[in-house]
Design a binder for this molecule. Structure first.
Ligand SMILES: C[S@@+](CC[C@H](N)C(=O)[O-])C[C@H]1O[C@@H](n2cnc3c(N)ncnc32)[C@H](O)[C@@H]1O
Length: 264
């Protein structure tokens, strides 16, 4: 099938990106791979390095890929998330940031270690990112304040001046999300897919690393979380998944979200 934006395709993503998509056609990738055989996607195999090469092929210069990945914990940690970070660096990506996706409510308890509450969000780019729209939050202290300045070698710190504290500051790189129904999404039927990331996580990255009209790709789109949030935020989108069933789920979610948008 010929590649065109605002569409979905059932395909193996590494081969599809390399052979069916032109070079430099995507502004942003937001995705999460299957890892450590934690879930059985109808027995499909997955080769992270080939998918990484495919992403390198389709990404524009300055484009960003956000790769959300955790570790299997079975005795110790698999360290897959760390291995993926090193693999992407070795493929020629800039590891622009290693962010943390903290789950506010996590069921995964361990009897002999602290409860695991996070996955990594690798922010990978092809050269320096071409777009960064920093998300902000309100500062706790703001308004006017008297500040000390010009402390000399004699320890004199009697100089004072009035400063205006900023009302907003850029977020830190640890992002917290509630998970489960109402947190991850309100689309109850989307949980037919067992490994969703939160809609807000996808939206926050889309707003940060792309602009209106840009093309956002999820090469392993699962239930279509990235595509839905791209559509709702005025971006073009494209989704690939190896499973026909998940592509149908993605199609339903995007169609319902955009229909609601048009009805407003
Ligand atoms: C972790 S899930 C993605 C979930 C998605 N982020 C969401 O929130 O809806 C990973 C997806 O990768 C798909 N997948 C696995 N191997 C693949 C491959 N080689 N090519 C394309 N898709 C693949 C699986 O079918 C699964 O839906």
């Amino acid at each position: 099938m010929i590649w065109q934006p605002n569409n979905l395709v059932v395909a193996e993503s590494a081969a599809y990106m390399q052979h069916e998509m032109p070079e430099h056609c995507v502004d942003l990738v937001v995705t999460s791979p299957p890892y450590d055989n934690l879930r059985d996607y109808n027995g499909y195999s997955f080769d992270a390095e080939s998918v990484g090469l495919g992403i390198m092929h389709v990404l524009k210069q300055g484009g960003v890929a956000v790769w959300v990945v955790g570790d299997r914990i079975d005795g110790g940690r698999s360290l897959t998330s760390f291995e993926h970070a090193i693999m992407f660096r070795d493929l020629g990506f800039r590891v622009h940031d290693v962010m943390i996706y903290q789950k506010k409510n996590t069921p995964f308890m361990r009897s002999n270690a602290y409860t695991n509450a996070y996955e990594l969000m690798l922010v990978l780019s092809k050269g320096a990112p071409k777009t960064f729209n920093p998300l902000t939050c309100p500062t706790i202290r703001n308004g006017k304040e008297t500040a000390v300045y010009g402390k000399g070698p004699d320890g004199d710190n009697s100089k004072r001046r009035a400063v205006t504290l900023r009302k907003e500051k850029t977020l830190i790189n640890i992002w917290q999300y509630a998970v489960g129904l109402g947190g991850t999404t309100r689309d109850r039927y989307a949980f037919e897919h067992k490994a969703l990331f939160p809609e807000k996580l996808a939206a926050d990255h889309i707003l940060s690393w792309s602009n209106l009209g840009d093309i956002v790709l999820d090469p392993m789109c699962g239930a279509g979380t990235t595509l839905k949030m791209a559509a709702l935020n005025g971006r073009q989108w494209f989704g690939i998944d190896i499973s026909e069933e998940y592509i149908a789920l993605s199609a339903r979610r995007v169609a319902e979200a955009t229909a609601r948008l048009e009805a407003v």
